[in-house]
Design a protein around this ligand. Structure first.
Ligand SMILES: NC(=O)c1ccc[n+]([C@@H]2O[C@H](COP(=O)([O-])OP(=O)(O)OC[C@H]3O[C@@H](n4cnc5c(N)ncnc54)[C@H](O)[C@@H]3O)[C@@H](O)[C@H]2O)c1
Ligand SMILES: [Zn+2]
Length: 362
């Protein structure tokens, strides 16, 4: 079974394929939308070893002339240095305006290679082949690309939409379980912000999902991507609606920054953040205890963390959250749930209320 979605944006419309064992079809899918047969595959050292051979073979069979850049594994690679390596390879291999860059890997590779494609010759085509659940349900849809600056994550970037996204769920077989669970948070988040049936799908089929049941995963990933595509289509450049995707993330980002991006996977920090945002919403009498408990129970069953570490004070976490505030001209905007399947944007929550909610989440 292969599910095909179409992401609709102003001038761009591109297909997203979700299936099992479809890496070897990349050549066939890319051929009709590529302007030339020159391509560069960007991947990380681990993914290169596991999955690049089948992708390369498929591309070569379809007549593509492909070079590879192998990037060291890890977030540190979202750097100017690795960005420069990709640009060097694009130049050395004489890729031109009609060439295609292919990102094969997790969100790090998608963000880095996407940004390289966004600026080389003022923008060339690129393709996303995400291989982590995090990248499949979140990073690969939406066109946000970026690298990090020593002073902050994703500070240097661009919006650049891919020509196609190919998601092969078979790649999840090699993904460590904890990474699978951390990626699942973005699906649960999508359920809470706008799609109660998706939330229910995860609730009812959690074991099948974690055991990588093929049909279930295809169904769930396609639905999560359709939601993200719909939000992005309505707000491509993040002026309003797209902010709802930040549910749990303002708390989560603060926690990640305070623990120097080492203690938690992104999804784990967001899980704690969602639990706290939901608690805050209960305190503000806009979210029921029953729904709070329903979200808490699902995160708990997925073995995702719910509480802040005792060595960080509620005040310190609240302060770190206000770094987002500076970026938004003085007001901290929080995404808070009103029920499972609906959130609102609030900019009137006080620090006292935030500290109170955090202190109830240890
Ligand atoms: N652009 C966006 O909208 C967006 C959204 C969310 C996250 N992101 C970015 O995504 C990044 C995180 O993505 P990630 O969690 O995929 O991290 P990642 O790319 O670092 O991958 C995590 C680890 O999994 C390994 N890996 C990849 N595929 C594998 C597979 N199939 N089997 C086994 N191991 C595999 C990688 O080698 C790496 O060690 C962050 O940099 C974040 O900023 C971007
Ligand atoms: Zn996230």
């Amino acid at each position: 079974m292969i599910k095909t979605l179409h992401v609709e944006l102003n001038e761009n419309r591109y297909p997203l394929f979700v299936g099992a064992g479809i890496l070897n079809r990349i050549g066939e899918y890319l051929k009709p939308c590529a302007k030339s047969t020159k391509a560069l595959l960007v991947t990380d050292t681990f993914v290169n070893h596991c999955y690049a051979p089948v992708v390369m073979e498929s591309l070569k069979e379809a007549g593509f002339n492909v070079a590879i850049v192998d990037i060291p594994v890890g977030e540190e690679s979202k750097s100017l240095e690795q960005f420069a390596r990709i640009q060097d390879s694009l130049v050395e291999n004489q890729l031109d305006r009609g060439s295609t860059l292919i990102a094969l890997g997790g969100g790090v590779i998608g963000d880095l290679a996407g940004f390289a494609a966004a600026v080389y010759m003022r923008g060339i085509a690129y393709v996303q082949i995400p291989t982590t659940l995090q990248a499949q349900v979140d990073a690969s849809v939406g066109g946000k690309t970026a690298i990090n600056h020593p002073k902050g994550k994703n500070l240097i970037g661009a919006f650049h939409q891919p020509k196609l996204v190919l998601i092969d769920i078979e790649t999840l077989k090699t993904l460590p379980h904890q990474d699978l669970r951390a990626g699942l948070i973005e699906v649960i988040k999508m359920g809470v912000i706008r799609d109660e049936p998706l939330f229910e799908m995860v609730e009812e089929n959690l074991d099948a999902i974690l055991n990588l049941d093929v049909e279930m995963l295809i169904e769930m990933i396609a639905r999560a991507c359709a939601n993200k595509a719909d939000i992005v289509a309505k707000d491509e450049k993040e002026s309003g609606l797209r902010m709802v995707l930040n549910y749990g993330h303002t708390f989560g980002h603060a926690l990640e920054a305070l623990t120097h991006y080492k203690k938690y996977r992104h999804g784990e920090a967001v899980s704690i953040g969602m639990n706290c945002a939901a608690k805050l919403a209960v305190n503000l009498e806009m979210f029921s205890e029953t729904d709070f408990e329903r979200q808490r129970a699902l995160l708990n069953r997925a073995k995702l963390p719910l509480t802040f570490p005792s060595n960080l004070s509620a005040e310190a976490i609240c302060d770190a959250m206000s770094l987002d505030k500076k970026a938004l001209g003085g007001k901290l905007r929080l995404i808070l749930p009103t029920r499972i399947g609906e959130v609102v944007i609030r900019d009137d929550v006080t620090d006292t209320q935030i500290v109170q909610a955090i202190s109830e989440c240890y």
